[in-house]
Design a protein. Structure first.
Length: 415
């Protein structure tokens, strides 16, 4: 074909050398035009059949391949293969032109193949995340590291093909640039190592609620990549944390709370210590009408009466022997409330305890776990419990400590 073109051009007065150059150019454009037709055929006919077949299947991974442009990028291999195999026929005995055409085709194939593999790796990430596989948090980091290695490898191969040198020549030259490369890819290398450690030790997964005050992070992990971890805070802002910081710095992971089935309620109310006193018979009679602790009052009265009788306690003084106090009875009531609450996890720690007295009064801490971990529901459960307990405190002859307000001073002045 090339020789015929040269003969045809010489008939129009072209010199042999110029005719050969023009023939090479015309042949090259002819090959490119035919390769373009091959590409159009593959995209418009073959690809339509592939898309129709993908949509008819029940599996989802092929739909993800289509969405990640795997088939579109693979279609570029067709014109590259056409150029590679047609070049020897088109250029005939013109070895240099044929080698240039085949070299260009090989470069084209390498780039198209690299982009196709890139789409395949992206598909792996999407499939792992969509199916909530246990190792999905580390997949993105491994895939990104693989992509970097592939791009470097293919780049070296392309350079060696264009320059006509062995790949070892370029790899050896890169040895002198190791320090520069380490500096450029420092975050990627550290992130890759951190990703392996995060995965191996199961320190954090996508969907975990983490707190990292140093970076202002307090929310759900939405992405773990080679160099960064993205956290969506509860105020809907997104914080980006270097992956290696998850190894070098400390953070709190609330995954254990999610897996436990309960969410902790730990809050204290402060009792004015001047309102604490022994219970009188009148108080005990009133307390015995409280449904939650009526049995407790009767059992305690019997227990204490028996104890005082056995030990011959002089009951003329209230400080002698054992007696019920309003604060102790209140704690028993609070425990009974929690035991009868449908939203409190009964199989986890549940107690109402005294803490060390402070200048704000005696702290009575409620320590329990709700069986609903959803934040909004949890806050509602906690608020309902304390609404009731705060309203009940005066019924036990107790007062909640509160610093004086402007209304308190106004009442004093009016008196």
């Amino acid at each position: 074909m090339l020789n015929r073109t040269i003969v045809w051009l010489t008939q129009f007065g072209f010199e042999d050398k110029m005719a050969a150059i023009c023939a090479d150019i015309i042949t090259a454009f002819g090959i490119l035009a035919l390769a373009g037709l091959v590409y159009i055929f593959v995209r418009w006919f073959v690809m339509k059949g592939v898309i129709r077949l993908v949509k008819q299947t029940r599996t989802d991974w092929d739909d993800i391949l289509l969405r990640e442009r795997f088939f579109q990028r693979a279609s570029h291999l067709a014109p590259a293969l056409f150029i590679y195999f047609i070049a020897p026929l088109a250029f005939g005995g013109h070895e240099s032109a044929m080698e240039v055409a085949q070299c260009a085709a090989r470069v084209y194939m390498l780039i198209a193949g690299l982009l196709t593999v890139d789409s395949l790796l992206d598909t792996v990430v999407v499939v792992c995340h969509s199916r909530n596989l246990p190792y999905r948090s580390s997949v993105r980091g491994f895939v990104q590291a693989t992509k970097i290695a592939l791009y470097i490898f293919v780049g070296v191969i392309i350079l060696s093909m264009i320059a006509g040198k062995s790949p070892a020549f370029f790899i050896g030259g890169m040895g002198a640039m190791t320090a520069v490369l380490l500096l450029i890819f420092r975050d990627s290398i550290l992130g890759f190592i951190a990703g392996i450690q995060l995965s191996a030790n199961k320190m954090v997964n996508i969907g975990d609620w983490i707190e990292m005050s140093k970076y202002g992070a307090d929310g759900d992990v939405i992405d773990i990549s080679l160099t960064t971890v993205k956290v969506r805070n509860w105020d809907q802002t997104i914080i980006t944390i270097p992956t290696y910081a998850m190894i070098s710095d400390s953070f709190k992971n609330w995954r254990g709370m999610s897996e436990s089935g309960g969410r902790r309620i730990k809050r204290a109310l402060y009792i004015d210590m001047t309102s604490i006193k022994f219970c009188t018979e009148e108080m005990l009679d009133r307390f015995s009408r409280f449904q939650y602790i009526s049995g407790y009052i009767d059992a305690k009265k019997e227990e204490l009466s028996r104890y005082n009788a056995e030990n011959q306690v002089d009951e003329s003084e209230i400080v002698n022997g054992r007696r019920l106090t309003n604060i102790g009875t209140f704690r028993a009531y609070a425990v009974a409330c929690l035991r009868n609450h449908p939203k409190i996890h009964q199989d986890m720690t549940l107690m109402v305890r005294q803490l060390a007295p402070t200048d704000h009064g005696l702290p009575i801490e409620i320590y329990a776990f709700s069986n609903d971990q959803v934040w909004v529901n949890y806050e509602g459960i906690q608020a309902d419990i304390f609404d009731h307990i705060l309203a009940v405190v005066p019924r036990f002859g107790l007062r909640i400590f509160q610093n004086p307000t402007g209304a308190d001073f106004k009442n004093l002045q009016s008196k």
